[in-house]
Design a protein around this ligand. Structure first.
Ligand code: C2E
Ligand code: CA
Ligand code: CA
Length: 403
């Protein structure tokens, strides 16, 4: 079991017994817990833990025996964290952090053996009290961990319960104001909080690795939507799908994408994958090979948010890129900031010279549109034309040419 669950206990309930084999840890969501050890046949309390505290945590590192008995000292609610959940995280964790944890664990076990011998003498008990600063720091960390663990679990459930939806924002050709494509953008249709934007959950999905199954779902959903758009009579050249750097670390990325294209009978040439400059910089994955494989399938590659990252022109000939998406911050500032205008102008000249097409993002005004047209930008995307919309709205969307 790798899922986190909440668990209610009544006052006096035994959560685990000393010497039980451990396979999970707990965080106290509400209530309190006592930890007891057997002292020559007598139970003696070694600590009382309150809301926010974690206990049984050694089980997360190995399946050792419990070193104490845990009993609910009042009706309490616990978050159960299985050993597998922690180990799944460890697989992706920094090797130094792993070493640190294992070393601390070893020291803790040695220390426990020595302390057990002297614990009976009350003289020593006072030395075991932890300093208030450390306690506060631990409580804050535990509170943050509780929020993060719950958010992760909710997001996982959202994916399982089909609460995630894709919206589509039209991409328009400036030469004739036709809708040539769209960008798929994720939203979370939360049952209580309404539509949640990706800025609220994509980072969490990336940190927790959930972006891999979520990203697979996004590709599948977007490809199927594209197929439906074409079937309903829309004359689209492409659909843009955002890829996160974490998806590049997944060995199955290309085979999954291939499968999705084949299963849905969609021409890979109709899909443009949007990646950011930071992905190109990441030396931990073989980005060259992966982009090469996407290109070999026939798909296109766009660099997203161009200008906001490292903006090394070296990538432009090093990697098989088709499109530059000029970031909305430049589009926004170019109408009043001469330097921004010059950056956009230079990017357009450069892109043209090396055969890349350009999409300007975040177009919000007629003035920006006129400037982009004069610079020879081919495609635009922005609130001036349309905000991202549901697939049903996208099917009937038409550019308002009177604007
Ligand atoms: P992005 O890929 O740069 O997407 C463009 C963002 O700009 C979208 O925000 C879009 O709604 C917004 N936008 C478009 N036109 C305008 C405009 O005229 N003015 C302004 N102010 N904003 C405009 P959104 O949908 O909130 O997405 C934010 C970011 O979340 C995306 O930035 C992308 O990095 C990430 N994201 C969204 N969907 C996905 C997804 O399916 N997969 C992944 N990996 N990331 C996604
Ligand atoms: Ca994008
Ligand atoms: Ca962008």
């Amino acid at each position: 079991m790798s899922n986190i669950i909440s668990y209610k206990v009544k006052k006096g309930d035994v959560i685990f017994l000393e010497n039980d084999v451990a396979d999970c840890a707990y965080i106290i969501e509400s209530g309190s817990i006592e930890l007891l050890i057997n002292n020559n046949g007598l139970q003696s309390r070694i600590s009382k833990l309150a809301e926010g505290a974690m206990f049984g945590e050694m089980a997360l590192i190995d399946r050792h025996q419990r070193s104490a008995t845990a009993v609910a000292s009042e009706d309490s609610e616990l978050i159960v964290i299985p050993n597998k959940y922690f180990n799944d995280k460890l697989v992706n964790s920094d090797k130094f952090i792993l070493l640190l944890l294992k070393t601390i664990q070893q020291r803790y076990r040695e220390m426990r053996c020595r302390l057990d011998r002297v614990l009976q003498e009350s003289e020593f008990r006072k030395h075991l009290d932890v300093n208030d600063d450390i306690k506060n720091d631990l409580e804050q960390t535990a509170a943050y961990a509780c929020i993060q663990i719950k958010a992760e679990q909710n997001l996982k459930l959202a994916l399982e319960k089909n609460e995630l939806v894709l919206f589509y924002q039209p991409i328009i050709a400036l030469k004739d104001f036709s809708v040539v494509g769209c960008e798929a953008l994720i939203r979370w249709q939360h049952p209580r909080e309404g539509l949640v934007m990706p800025s609220e959950f994509i980072e969490l999905a990336e940190q927790t690795g959930l972006i891999v199954p979520m990203g697979r779902w996004i590709i599948e959903e977007a490809v199927q939507a594209f197929s439906r758009f074409v079937d309903s009579g829309l004359n689209l050249e492409f659909i843009s799908i955002n890829l996160s750097g974490k998806q590049f670390g997944n060995a199955d990325l290309i085979s999954n994408i291939k499968q999705i294209f084949e299963f849905n009978h969609v021409d890979p040439g109709k899909v443009k994958f949007e990646i950011t400059e930071s992905i190109l910089m990441d030396k931990s994955v073989n980005i060259d090979n992966i982009l090469g494989e996407l290109k070999a399938l026939g798909s296109h590659i766009a660099i997203d948010d161009f200008g906001t990252g490292y903006s090394s022109f070296a990538y432009l000939h090093q990697f098989p890129i088709d499109t530059l998406k000029i970031d909305k911050s430049f589009v926004y500032s170019m109408s009043y900031n001469h330097k921004s205008f010059e950056i956009v102008r230079s990017l357009c000249v450069l892109a043209k010279a090396i055969g890349l097409n350009v999409v300007a993002e975040g177009v919000e005004s007629a003035k920006e549109l006129t400037m982009l047209k004069e610079l020879g930008v081919e495609y635009v995307q922005g609130y001036y034309f349309a905000k991202p919309m549901s697939s049903d709205d996208f099917k009937i969307f038409q550019v308002n040419t009177d604007q």
